[in-house]
Design a protein around this ligand. Structure first.
Ligand SMILES: [Fe+2]
Ligand SMILES: [Fe+2]
Length: 275
């Protein structure tokens, strides 16, 4: 049996984090949770489903409301840490990330942050979302797979390695996409740009490419940003690999669900948690 605090804390411990990140929150607390249902997107219909099927808690991955939505932009600063760790000068990275944060803040400010949490409260269904910690677990696994490879191996070797190490990439209906560059290009220096709120789009990929990174992995990227990156870097030995949104999210989430199961919880996985 666990309570909602313990459900959250376990994810922080597993990801090596000390505090709840801005994109994760307990919307309605609860105790004595024996049976939980978890999915990547869990909103109002899934709260009712959880109640109807007799679950004690509903756990979402993506942020839904309250501070997890309003303060979501704060976790985009994780891009700054990842970029500087990859060798992008802070003076270059900081203004790029700052602009992303400001834009996201303005977008989130308009959201009806209360909608779904208010329903959880009304029907008294314990409800939380865990975003960055579970993406961080997934990112660490992706980095571990990447570290098995050498820079002269082709992009296709990274894709094969990911599929060998993480079953989600074998069973997903989406496949990897090499949107810039080629599966035959050497990997060179790789940046796994994941677990930072959302993808960094054109400006963050550009910063990586301009400062020594040859292959950038995003789990998703808009068509518009993809096009801009392609126009600027196609044919220059740079590669942009898209691993797939749901498959990549499921990687870290499954590790967490497996641990819940080990600790005696009954956990049902839906909405993109590929098993
Ligand atoms: Fe995610
Ligand atoms: Fe996601």
């Amino acid at each position: 049996m666990m309570n909602t605090d313990q459900l959250m804390q376990l994810s922080l411990d597993m990801a090596g984090m000390t505090k709840i990140p801005a994109d994760s929150a307990i919307y309605h607390p609860g105790e004595n949770i024996k049976k939980a249902i978890m999915g990547i997107d869990m909103g109002a219909p899934e709260l009712l489903l959880g109640r109807d099927l007799g679950y004690d808690a509903v756990i979402a991955h993506h942020p839904i409301g309250d501070t997890a939505r309003l303060d979501f932009a704060d976790v985009l600063w994780t891009h700054l840490d990842q970029m500087t760790a990859a060798g992008v000068p802070e003076s270059v990275a900081r203004p790029i990330v700052e602009e992303k944060v400001t834009n996201a803040q303005m977008g989130m400010h308009a959201a009806n942050y209360d909608h779904t949490p208010s329903i959880a409260k009304l029907i008294d269904m314990p409800y939380l979302n865990i975003h960055l910690p579970l993406d961080e677990i997934g990112r660490q696994m992706m980095v571990e797979s990447t570290n098995k490879l050498s820079p002269d191996q082709p992009v296709s070797a990274l894709i094969d390695q990911f599929k060998a190490d993480m079953k989600e990439f074998q069973i997903a209906l989406t496949d990897f996409q090499v949107r810039v560059g080629s599966p035959d290009n050497p990997l060179g220096k790789v940046a796994i740009s994941h677990a930072a709120g959302t993808n960094g789009g054109y400006p963050i990929a550009k910063a990586y490419f301009d400062h020594g990174v040859d292959t950038v992995l995003y789990i998703h990227c808009s068509p518009q940003d993809t096009q801009k990156i392609k126009e600027e870097y196609e044919g220059k030995g740079k590669n942009m690999v898209i691993s797939g949104h749901i498959s990549s999210d499921a990687v870290g989430i499954n590790v967490y669900c497996d641990e819940l199961k080990k600790q005696g919880l009954e956990i049902t996985r839906i909405s993109g948690i590929l098993t």
